[in-house]
Design a protein around this ligand. Structure first.
Ligand code: SF4
Length: 368
């Protein structure tokens, strides 16, 4: 009986059960304890590309140490990176600080209270601006992320490519009209209900839990059993594979780390020293002896890999112990932009990219 409905009729009928379901079933999450715009902002940025279970401890630690915009604007860069360490996509944290600086200069230390002005801040796109303005101020704006795209494309069985920006834009336009024509829906609740359904019921991987879905009767993909092919995403090209050799390189004073350039992959983060290709024991030994003119002892470590959106690093790893004339080799290391912090300093003040998490235990627990 629901097959012939327009998208708007379908959504109008779905909105009520969806919002009721959300208000009764929503997960207790720390960022939902209040609708303070600052908390919504920080949580939404942390939640991009990251699961809520992972975000929880980061969010609570962040709120404790950086409770408001003035604190965010003045936080030391290295400390900010340390608070973000492990979440990845570090440009998100850098943009938060930049945006906080702008809020101090232009908006008296607060977020601007409109969707359009929020969009002018670094790191805030239409989704985040929609989430903040609808949840904190009930502005009638949608917040369309991957969850919302998936739920709605399944609801009205739309098999267009959700990776295309114009598809997202079209949905934002439809939902903006919908929210302005339907004052019965509280925008913050409506948006969060769609996101929550996408996160918990109409899930991205595996089959959705249609039996537990408050809108299953209205859902065309459920009725026609097309959830496996909707939402449609074209398959990605093959990732470029890069072989690298990384070194956990210790001397009597600490560990050798390298800071990546401020732009590009893992910008501004610290990394383990690395060489191109897959070096065997002899080659690893020669690499450092030739560079530093000192003897080293080498031991094999488990290999690791890290997947970026377009590249995969396949990493061979060696534990290296440096011996020799400290002053001489430290000068050479510095000339090659390496730093040798003490282990304590490296653990507490240096942010090592999660690309190297396979060996984190070794340098976290190493003793000299
Ligand atoms: Fe998703 Fe199933 Fe609900 Fe449709 S019925 S919105 S496919 S969970």
């Amino acid at each position: 009986m629901y097959d012939e409905l327009s998208w708007e009729q379908r959504l109008t009928l779905a909105g009520g059960p969806l919002c009721c379901w959300y208000l009764q079933q929503k997960r207790a999450l720390p960022w939902r304890e209040s609708t303070s715009p600052y908390r919504v902002w920080i949580s939404e940025i942390m939640l991009q590309q990251t699961r809520s279970e992972t975000v929880k401890p980061y969010f609570m630690r962040f709120m404790e140490e950086v409770p408001d915009i003035p604190a965010l604007a003045r936080i030391d860069d290295d400390r900010l990176m340390k608070l973000w360490e492990g979440l990845g996509y570090y440009s998100r944290a850098r943009n938060l600080k930049k945006a906080a600086g702008i809020c101090m200069e232009r908006y008296g230390g607060r977020l601007p209270e409109s969707y359009v002005e929020l969009l002018t801040l670094p790191g805030i796109g239409s989704y985040t601006a929609g989430a903040i303005s609808s949840i904190a101020w009930q502005e009638r704006r949608p917040a369309v992320d991957g969850n919302v795209l998936r739920v709605l494309h399944r609801l009205w069985e739309d098999d267009s490519d959700i990776t295309k920006p114009e598809i997202k834009k079209k949905l934002e336009e439809l939902l903006t009209l919908f929210l302005s024509d339907h004052p019965e829906y509280v925008p913050g609740v409506f948006n969060q209900a769609l996101m929550e359904l996408g996160a918990c019921v109409c899930i991205p991987h595996g089959m959705p839990h249609c039996d537990a879905c408050p809108v299953s009767e209205l859902c065309l993909a459920c009725r026609h059993k097309s959830c496996g092919r909707i939402p449609y995403k074209p398959s990605r090209g093959v990732r470029r594979q890069e072989d690298r050799t990384v070194f956990l390189l210790f001397d009597d004073s600490g560990i050798v780390l390298h800071k990546r350039p401020d732009k590009g992959l893992l910008a501004g983060l610290y990394e383990l020293p690395a060489a191109e290709g897959c070096l065997d024991e002899r080659q690893a030994c020669d690499y450092w002896q030739e560079l530093l003119g000192e003897t080293v002892s080498v031991r094999a470590l488990a290999s690791g890999k890290h997947v970026f959106s377009h590249i995969q690093w396949n990493m061979t790893a060696w534990h290296i112990r440096l011996r020799g004339r400290v002053e001489t080799y430290k000068k050479i290391l510095e000339a090659h932009n390496f730093e040798v912090p003490s282990l304590e300093k490296a653990r507490t003040q240096y942010t090592l990219s999660s690309a190297f998490s396979a060996w984190r235990d070794i340098w976290e627990t190493a003793e000299i």
